[in-house]
Ligand binder design. Structure first.
Ligand SMILES: Cc1cc2nc3c(=O)[nH]c(=O)nc-3n(C[C@H](O)[C@H](O)[C@H](O)COP(=O)(O)OP(=O)(O)OC[C@H]3O[C@@H](n4cnc5c(N)ncnc54)[C@H](O)[C@@H]3O)c2cc1C
Length: 227
């Protein structure tokens, strides 16, 4: 690892930047059977930290992987480059018929706050309280209530991401980009299996209008941007 990328991150990021061996070892595993030791772990405190990390990583041609709670079963929160742990982006704002949350919030914490108001978030993977909302969106998690309420993708109205250039994009709020996403989707129905859930590739079938453009992000496992 180039010392300069570490120094630059340490000087620019308000949150935590680590490259101690025990940190790198901790973040080298998730709930899969894989292991990839990262060079650096960043724990951002806000959006600005994420944007700066992406821009610095791009400058140094270093790959970035976003991590929620690390409960995923396929190693998709692992990387040799930089890991961004979203655990401090964990705000919750509950409205009448929706909630706005930071992607690092654990599902268990959201459940407690919703319960106080007599509400609930339908997706319910059996890992339960321990996964983050970002990871649930990343994986398009389902679980026991999915037959009635659908998967995570069916229960999210808006998504804000930071893309690979460090640009903040709100979908479907950003009408220009939403239109572009919808217009560029070509579906060959014969190639899409007729199942109630399909976890293969991006969920293009769910993007049925500009207003559904955010659904391209859900199930994209962090490959299109950081939620
Ligand atoms: C015991 C067990 C039972 C499970 N049962 C079910 C089940 O019944 N149904 C079901 O659908 N799933 C199930 N799962 C899988 C579950 O959906 C995932 O473990 C969970 O959603 C991952 O959340 P996480 O916060 O741990 O994400 P991580 O494991 O940290 O990350 C998962 C993926 O999401 C991406 N990601 C994380 N945060 C963000 C973000 N902020 N922005 C963009 N991408 C992000 C990561 O890069 C990675 O690709 C189970 C898992 C376990 C271990």
């Amino acid at each position: 690892m180039k010392k300069s990328i570490l120094k630059l991150l340490e000087s620019k990021i308000k949150g935590e930047v680590h490259n101690e061996k025990y940190f790198r070892n901790f973040y080298s595993v998730d709930s899969s059977s894989y292991q990839l030791i990262p060079q650096i772990v960043v724990i951002p405190t806000d959006e600005e930290d994420i944007i700066k990390t992406i821009k610095i990583a791009k400058k140094y041609k270093t790959s970035v992987t976003v991590r929620g709670a690390g409960t995923g079963l396929v190693g998709s929160a692992l990387n040799h480059g930089i890991i961004i742990d979203m655990k401090k982006i964990n705000f919750i704002k509950i409205n009448k018929k929706s909630a706005i949350v930071g992607s690092g919030i654990l599902k268990g914490k959201l459940d407690i706050e919703l319960q106080k108001k007599g509400k609930f978030f339908p997706p319910n993977p059996s890992i339960g309280n321990f996964c983050s909302l970002g990871g649930m969106l990343g994986n398009n998690s389902s679980g026991s209530r999915s037959v009635k309420y659908g998967s995570t993708i069916d229960n999210v109205k808006e998504v804000t991401i930071i893309d690979g250039n460090g640009k903040k994009i709100q979908l479907p709020k950003n009408k220009k980009i939403s239109k572009k996403i919808f217009q560029n989707i070509l579906i060959d129905d014969k190639k899409i299996p007729k199942t109630s859930k399909n976890s293969s590739g991006y969920q293009i079938k769910k993007v049925t209008s500009n207003k559904e453009a955010h659904k391209i992000i859900i199930g994209s496992e962090g490959t299109l941007g950081i939620i």
